[in-house]
Structure formats: C-alpha cells, structure tokens
Design a protein. Structure first.
Length: 346
C-alpha cells in the first residue's frame, strides 16, 4: 500500500484550498478522535459559525459574551478538560463558553484562522508547523499568521496501542501490520507517520479514524495497532482495557533516540504501571498540549479567560499534576497573544 502517497494527496488537496478549507476537514489532531458532528458541552449541535471576539447577547437584563471553544473528540482528553475550563471560566467571568467536539489540532488551527473558534486546544508541534508554514503539507507555504499562543498544559503522550493477542511487543513487530495512524491530516497522523519512519517501519497498511473507532477496530480484529496521542489516561483506551488485554508498544533506547532525532519537539515520557491495566510502565515520547487563540481576540478577553483558568487550577480534576501558572510557558512554540503576555507578565 502506498500509504505516504495517499496521505499527501489528501493533505495537499486540503492545502490547495488554504487553511480555510482545512477547517472543514473531517480529520483533526492532537490525538483527539473526531466523533462526527460537533456538539457543545450541553449536547446541542453546533454549526461552526464564527464568533470571533465573542458573541454578545442580552439575557435577563445582563450582558453575556459567548466564546466558541474547540476541543477534540469525546474519546480523548481535550473534550472533558475543555468542559472543566468551561465551568471555571463561567464561574469566574461573564463569559459563556460553547465547547465543541472536533477533530482537534489541525482542524482547530483552521477554525482559529477563520474565526470560527475563539479558543482551541492544539498540540505544540502542530502549532509550530502552522505558524511557520512547514511540517504538515497543508501548512507548507501557507503559514497561519494570526495564530497565537495562550498557555501550555500537559504532555501529549504518544500511545502505540495493540492487544496482547496480536503478538506485537516491540516496534519492529509493527512491520507488515495494519495500523490506524489517526484521522487523515491530523496531528496524530503526522506524528504516527514520522515516528514509524524514524523506527524504520515502512511496510504497513494504513487505516484512518478517530480514537473511538480505532478502539472498535482493535476489538474486532480489523487492525493490529493504533496510534493515539493524548494525556494518559485516554478515555477510549480505558474503555478498551476494561474488556481487552491492552498492550502499549514501548519506545525506548535506540528507538527513542531515533524518534527524538526526527523532530525537536518530542520529549521523553512514560505511561505508569496500572494505567490501562499495564503491569509495567511503558516508556514512550510526547509532545505538549496547549491553549491557542487568534490575533483578533481582544487583549481583555484573553487575559480574563487565562486568569480564570490559571487562578483556579485547584478547581480542575484533569491533568492537575501538570497544569500550573508556573509551567504554562514551557514548550510554548508560537508567539503569545498580548492578553496572555499581560497575565503571565511576559
């Protein structure tokens, strides 16, 4: 199977219509699988209409500013974490957040570029590619000049997921297998193809879906392994592990060196024992999750939303070991928005 050609044909086609067209793709990134139609936190279907700078409405004599926050698939970490941000922001500001399920990083960059999203969660590597017009084919020669950073959050762990009955125990065992590399054009797919190449794996059949669908494929024996990029524990993998013997293919030693040499944004990481029922910790690599916005957002809006989150980290329950004001600029790969600069004192 000519998997690189298929990927590049798809992404190049998206690139021909520019980043505006990319925002409408079914593929996403950030390790967050798309769950079909986007929904708000309350389950209401959204249309993807832009609300740049926040939509102001009158409600009961008071003024509400509605902000569109694009997350990721419901089977990943972005969506539940974004809903926690929604609660914190709404409790501490006059803003109302509409959290939308999306394909995550690559799709979210396009939504920010077009003004369809006011804030979004993306990977720091995808942000770097987008801002600099490189790395991902759709971004090459099409830098997203209005993309701005707000804060980094936590490691986005690279999971190579398989089941014990596949016999896959190490990266070389992936050769000749059927692998789900994530949604077409997504950050997950970019990471997967890059890592497989670094590991010397070129002979494989490629499938492309989000996390939840990949989990079903593993259960049904339709694929041998899947790449999932997200902060552990990823909900879709936890659900899979509840009924199946999950194995995480380790990236360690010379394999880890090869992956880190392939790109500067990969860092050492480890999935602890006990996670997904693992008997031993699984060494791997990671990128970084981050909050992004666009240059059109008012400084006041970004500062107030940022303050609401980072002044109230104690109200969060997800990734609290990593999310803090002190570490929120570690791994920042793009220019900060002036509102974030004002809050963090940069």
């Amino acid at each position: 199977m000519s998997r690189k050609l298929n990927r590049r044909e798809f992404v190049a086609a998206a690139g021909l219509t520019g980043i505006a067209g990319l925002a409408g793709c079914s593929g996403g990134g950030g390790g967050e699988g798309t769950e079909g139609e986007g929904t708000t936190a309350g389950g209401e279907a959204t249309t993807g209409e832009g609300t740049s700078g926040g939509e102001t409405t009158e409600s009961g004599g008071s003024t509400e500013s509605r902000l569109s926050w694009h997350a990721g698939g419901t089977g990943g970490t972005y969506f539940p974490l974004s809903n926690e941000f929604k609660s914190v922001v709404e409790e501490n500001t006059d803003y109302k957040l509409q959290v939308q399920s999306t394909g995550a990083s690559v799709e979210n960059v396009g939504s920010l570029a077009r003004g369809d999203a006011d804030f979004a969660l993306i990977q720091n590597d995808v942000a770097y590619f987008a801002a600099n017009g490189e790395g991902i084919d759709a971004f090459k020669g099409n830098p997203v000049k209005n993309l701005r950073g707000v804060a980094t959050l936590y490691p986005e762990t690279i999971h190579i997921v398989t089941l014990a009955n596949t016999g896959i125990k190490k990266p070389s065992d992936l050769s000749g297998k059927t692998i789900n590399t994530g949604d077409l054009g997504s950050g997950t797919q970019v990471n997967a193809v890059q890592i497989l190449e670094a590991l010397g794996i070129s002979d494989y059949s490629e499938q492309n879906t989000g996390f939840s669908q990949a989990s079903d494929q593993l259960k049904n024996g339709d694929i041998d392994a899947a790449f999932v990029v997200g902060g552990w524990p990823v909900g879709a993998i936890e659900e899979l592990a509840a009924t199946n013997d999950v194995r995480i293919v380790p990236i360690e030693g010379e394999n880890r060196k090869a992956v880190k040499n392939a790109a500067p944004f990969y860092a050492d990481d480890e999935i602890p024992s006990g996670t997904y029922g693992l008997k031993q910790a699984a060494p791997t690599v990671s990128v970084q999750a981050m909050i992004a916005t666009n240059a059109e957002q008012p400084e006041k809006t970004v500062k107030e939303v940022t303050a609401a989150i980072f002044d109230n980290v104690d109200q969060l329950s997800i990734k609290t070991d990593f999310i803090s004001k002190d570490s929120a600029q570690e791994g920042m790969s793009i220019d900060l928005h002036p509102g974030a600069q004002a809050y963090f004192g940069k």
